[in-house]
Design a protein around this ligand. Sequence first.
Ligand code: ZN
Ligand code: ZN
Length: 358
Amino acid sequence: MPHAARRDAVRALLDAEGLDALLVTDLLDVRYLTGFTGSNAAVVVSRAGEDLLCTDGRYRLQAAAQCPDLPVVIDRPSAPAAAASVPTGAGLGYDSATLTVDGLAAVRDAAPGRRLRRAPGLVGRLRQVKDDGEVAAIRAACELADTALRALLDAGGLAPGRTEREVAGDLDDRMRRLGAAGPSFDTILAAGANSAVPHHAPTDAELCRGDLVKIDFGAELDGYHSDTTRTFCLGPAAGWQRELHALVDAAAGAGRAALGGGAGVREVDAAARTVIEKAGYGDEFPHGLGHGVGLAVHEPPWLARTGAGTVPAGAVVTVEPGVYLEGRGGVRIEDTLHVPAGGPAVPLTTLPRDLIEV
Ligand code: ZN
Ligand code: ZN
C-alpha cells in the first residue's frame, strides 16, 4: 500500500517546514494518505511517527478495513479530537484552505497549548506527482469515459431532435453502466449558440442540423477522474466552423508540445494562447489552458496566465483551449495528459481530435 510511504513524504515536508505535526482535514488528502473514503475524518501525521485517523462511529468498521496499519480514534468532531492527540507545545500545521474559522476555534479549544500554524497545500503539493497506480487509474477513467461517448455516437445518440439534457443523461448512464461511480462533474452538453458558453448547463433545447455540439465530460473510477472535451458538427460543417475547429486544434497541439516536466505553467498556457491571439481571438478564449486531474477533477497545477510555478514531472494535467463566438458557437478540445519524467506528455484520453460530422 502506498499510503504509509505518502505519510513519510509528508514527514519530510514537516522537517522542511519546521512543524512537529500536520492536521489533515481535506477529505481527498485524507484518502490520499490513508485510503479512507468516509465523509468525516481528520488525520494527524507527526514527525515522531504517531500518525492517526479520527472519524466517527458510522465508520468504525470501514476505517478498520481501509486503514489496518493506522490507529483509529472514534470521536467527533474529528479535527479537534485528532489535534488533541498532538503533545502540548508541539508546532501543529493545519490546512487553512479547508478548516473553517469555526473549525479552527474548536481545534484551539480541544488542543490548547499547541502552536497552531497555517500550512495550506502541503499534501496537495505531493498529490501533483502521480505514482504508477494513480496514472493507471486515471487512464482507466479516461478510457471508460471515451468508450461511453464512442458508444453513444455509434448508437446514433447525437442527433437532431434530441435535447441537450437527453444526450447528457444518455452519456452519464453509459458511463455508469461501464462501471463509473458517476460523472466526474455535471456533463456539459452545449449545442448551437449554447456551445459559445464555456460552462453551459444542458437544457431542453433540441439539437439542430448545422449545430456545433460541445461535450465536456468525465468519469469517476476508483476515486480518480477523467476530463475530455470534444466538439462535433451535426451534419456537414460550415467554413467558419471548420476554421474555428482547426484553430483550436492547433492551439491544443501547441499546448501539448510545450508541456513537459519542469515547464512553467504560464509558458504552457502562453504556447496555446499565442496561437489563438495571433488569429485575432484572444478575447474569445476567456479561461486558463488546463488543470491537474487526480482524486479531484480540478486540482493543481493550474495552467493559466495567472498561475505560478512549474508542472512537476509525474503530473497529470488537461490541455483545453477554446474559442467561443457569442451567438454563433464555440469549440473546445480537451485532453488529459500524463507528464512523465524526461519525455513528452502522453495523452490518456483516447478520442480522435478531428472535427467529426455526425
Ligand atoms: Zn473538461
Ligand atoms: Zn478540464
